[in-house]
Design a protein around this ligand. Structure first.
Ligand code: GLV
Ligand code: MN
Ligand code: MN
Length: 426
């Protein structure tokens, strides 16, 4: 395969067009935090999400790319290849954000895919295979848990109706939110969910900001992602009894909050890792009835647990129930697992294509694993898969201060364009 730079293609990536579109997109759901950072709150399957999708569709129309949508709301823009019978190359990411999110997580991978494809078209570089740019539904899991619903359903990890009854904090179900979205997008052509006509993609390459500090610290411009660590999400519900905060002696209470604190303390001990590789996060808690002078009868909290070693992921994840059971003094509990993504290592093809493109363009690149999960995790059984990272300032992500420069994004997009072209011609 060529490891020389494709000058027309590289020159056709427009840093200013790409950045301007990124900022236009970032205005949808924008907010300014107390420190003056401009963040994005664009929940999946919301009106803002649909506005962003319409904007993407308008760019696709300008670029001459037909658009289609599947049963999960995954949105596809297609650049046709010279041989439409061949399996396409897929690229993309997600458009939803965390509630206190940034302007780059996810959306950059979609917009980079669009810019790369537009550059391929404008430079007249031939591709035998089609290249499809996908915007996966609900990668974040911020409004509806778990994340990666669109890619999991596409890849056959779960049936399309698996999450229909899942609710957001307002009680809206995924099923209803999806139906509303389909109604609003009834003008878009539908495509079957999953691999079309039994033809899996030829390859999947997702571009993303790193969301960590390594590239910036090391002075590297491109991360060649080697794999993604495993993640498990759980919902814990502790059930006790309400009582009067002024009159009921502590010894007779069944205080769900106090038992939740005991459970979390015990879980911290279970998850203790002197090497600091393991990730354990409790970051969402609901308390009922949630007043200061009534003992809580119900507390729900989430667990986000990650590890690159599947044995550790399984062993400690499976120990959670017993640890909570042993920690509770007066309450009962239920534990529901909502997400289970095992660690993946990418096959060589796609990382190698990214590496060749970065090298050909004279960029400093390093191989590195991903600590964040991504839709790419679920594509691994379907086709050769990979990701490329660009640096982000101070490694900050899931925060309004998340930032990558126009030049950093353009460099990643040029590598993406070249790697996609190579993959689409093999
Ligand atoms: C993705 O947003 C993750 O939490 O890793
Ligand atoms: Mn993301
Ligand atoms: Mn994210």
């Amino acid at each position: 395969m060529p490891d020389t730079v494709a000058p027309n293609l590289v020159a056709a990536v427009s840093e200013s067009r790409h950045w301007d579109r990124m900022m236009e997109m970032a205005a949808i759901g924008a907010f300014t935090d107390a420190d003056g950072n401009i963040g994005v709150n664009r929940p999946c399957l919301s009106e803002l999400d649909r506005q962003a999708r319409r904007l993407l569709i308008s760019y696709a129309q300008q670029a001459g790319l037909p658009v289609s949508v599947d049963a999960l709301g995954n949105l596809f823009l297609r650049h046709e290849g010279s041989d439409p019978t061949l399996a396409p190359v897929l690229t993309g990411s997600h458009m939803d954000s965390q509630p206190n999110g940034g302007r780059f997580d996810g959306i950059w991978g979609v917009m980079a895919g669009l810019e790369a494809v537009q550059a391929i078209r404008e430079s007249g570089v031939a591709t035998r295979r089609a290249i499809e740019v996908v915007a996966w539904t609900n990668e974040e899991g911020g409004r509806f848990a778990p994340g990666c619903m669109g890619s999991m359903a596409y890849a056959g990890f779960a049936k399309p109706d698996t999450w229909d009854a899942v609710t957001d904090l307002q009680g809206v179900t995924v099923g209803d939110a999806l139906a509303e979205q389909h109604a609003a997008e009834a003008d878009l052509p539908r495509r079957p969910l999953g691999v079309v006509d039994g033809i899996a993609p030829h390859a999947y390459l997702e571009a993303h900001i790193e969301q960590g500090p390594i590239l910036e610290m090391e002075g590297d411009e491109i991360g060649i992602v080697t794999g993604i660590q495993g993640s498990r999400w759980f919902l814990v519900e502790i059930q006790g009894r309400t009582d009067h905060a002024g009159t009921s002696p502590l010894r007779i209470r069944r205080d769900a909050m106090q038992d939740a604190v005991r459970a979390i303390t015990a879980l911290n001990a279970l998850m203790h890792d002197p090497a600091d590789v393991l990730r354990f996060t409790v970051a969402s808690m609901e308390v009922f009835p949630n007043t200061s002078n009534t003992v809580a009868d119900r507390v729900r909290f989430t667990i986000d647990f990650r590890h690159p070693d599947n044995e550790v992921l399984q062993a400690r994840g499976n120990a959670i129930a017993g640890v909570i059971q042993a920690a509770l003094q007066t309450c009962r509990f239920t534990l529901t697992e909502r997400f289970h993504a095992v660690p993946v290592n990418f096959q060589q093809e796609v990382p190698a294509a990214v590496e060749r493109a970065a090298k050909a363009q004279g960029l400093r690149a390093r191989r590195m694993p991903s600590g964040a999960f991504h839709d790419a995790q679920f594509m691994v059984p379907l086709c050769p898969t990979g990701m490329l990272f660009v640096p982000c300032r101070n490694g900050v992500s899931h925060h309004p201060a998340e930032y990558s420069t126009a030049a950093q994004l353009a460099a990643g997009t040029r590598v993406l364009a070249q790697a996609l072209t190579e993959l689409a011609n093999t």
